[in-house]
Ligand binder design. Structure first.
Ligand code: UDP
Length: 333
């Protein structure tokens, strides 16, 4: 495949032999409980199954809004109209968060080129409508600092810097895919790697977006002990994007594990308080708090369903919406 095979196999060879040291905990399941898509982790083998974490839900699941498939989409908020199709467009500028594990697809390699191409094609479709797209990429498909801290004397900060470097690899791969189909794309890194990419400069990033370029933010926040979810919330607030669209490998947030329980229901909307007080682990606490404090809604959706990225960016009802309702009007500018 096209990705730098020696580099990726180097990182693969670094993976620990025990998957337990490389995965998040699997809490005991007791009903009712919540499914936490962002807490997926990849174990040491590329082909290993991803795991979900669970936490107990202290109150009745009926206090949540479940997705009711028979209800037609409500008219979404209309900041502008797409003249060609006359469809309302909800967002003008979005922050798409793509986790490393989502990029890994079926995990036979660290990156699945089919996934990056699918992202590129769908992003291309929406940029043609004039929607500005910034992307934050994760790096968990290659390296997670917290899983490696303590190994062979590796301190947490150094491990996190390696994790941030992993996000740069993903960003460069994604940029190459985007540009291969004609989408002008810039990578900006949170720490300087000027031979490889631009440094993060907020005003320059905004200018790129205004010119119709996609901007990929790499290296997270540039600080250890943070995550790329927090980087997504931070960059979203900084560039005045209107929403964080969190692309995952699952349909959204469920009231139970859909792999174990065929009757698990997809939650339609959640408040920030639902996420924090019920420990849903949709995003880490720093990220969701940052979203809450800055009124940034979050859409959690499945990257693997064709058309979903486009739908999410266009503001169509997909996945689970946190911090807003589907028919509300949001303007952060
Ligand atoms: N990381 C970091 N600071 C940041 C963002 C990321 O130290 O601001 C490191 C951290 O080690 C993390 C790794 O980069 O484990 C990959 O990021 P993340 O786990 O958020 O990737 P994802 O889960 O989205 O694939």
């Amino acid at each position: 495949m096209a990705i730098s095979a020696p580099l990726l196999s180097f990182y693969s060879s670094l993976l620990p032999s025990s998957s337990s040291s490389f995965s998040t905990s699997l809490f005991p399941i007791s009903k009712p409980h919540f499914y936490s898509p962002s807490s997926y982790s990849i174990s040491n083998s590329p082909s290993s199954a991803i795991r979900a974490s669970f936490s107990e839900m202290p109150s009745s699941p009926d206090s949540f809004n479940f997705r009711k498939p028979e209800i037609p989409s409500m008219s979404p908020f209309s900041l502008s109209m797409n003249e060609s199709s006359n469809q309302p467009i909800k967002w003008r500028r979005v922050l798409l968060k793509v986790s490393g594990e989502a990029l890994a697809g079926d995990h036979s390699q660290n990156i699945d080129p089919k996934i990056t191409m699918a992202i590129a094609r769908e992003v291309a479709a929406v940029t043609r409508l004039g929607i500005e797209v910034a992307i934050v990429v994760g790096g968990g498909n290659i390296f997670r600092g917290s899983s490696w801290a303590g190994c062979s004397g590796l301190d947490r900060s150094s491990a996190d810097y390696i994790g941030m470097l992993a996000t740069v690899m993903n960003a460069i791969f994604l940029q190459a895919t985007m540009e291969s189909i004609g989408i002008p794309t810039r990578v900006q890194t949170a720490f300087r790697m000027s031979e490889v990419a631009e440094p993060y400069i907020r005003r320059r990033a905004v200018r790129h977006l205004e010119k119709g370029r996609v901007v990929i933010f790499a290296a997270g926040t540039g600080n250890p002990f943070f995550t790329t979810d927090t980087a997504a919330a931070l960059r979203c607030a900084e560039i005045n994007a209107e929403v964080v669209l969190k692309a995952t490998n699952v349909d959204g947030v469920f009231d139970d594990d859909p792999r174990r329980n065929p009757h698990a229901r997809l939650l339609d909307t959640l408040t920030y308080q639902d996420v924090t007080s019920k420990d849903l682990s949709v995003m880490d606490m720093t990220a969701i708090t940052l979203c809450q404090e800055n009124n940034i809604p979050v859409v959690v959706f499945n990257l693997n369903k064709p058309g979903n990225i486009e739908k999410a960016i266009k503001g169509e009802r997909v996945g689970t919406l946190i911090g807003a309702t589907w028919n509300s009007t949001i303007s952060r500018t």
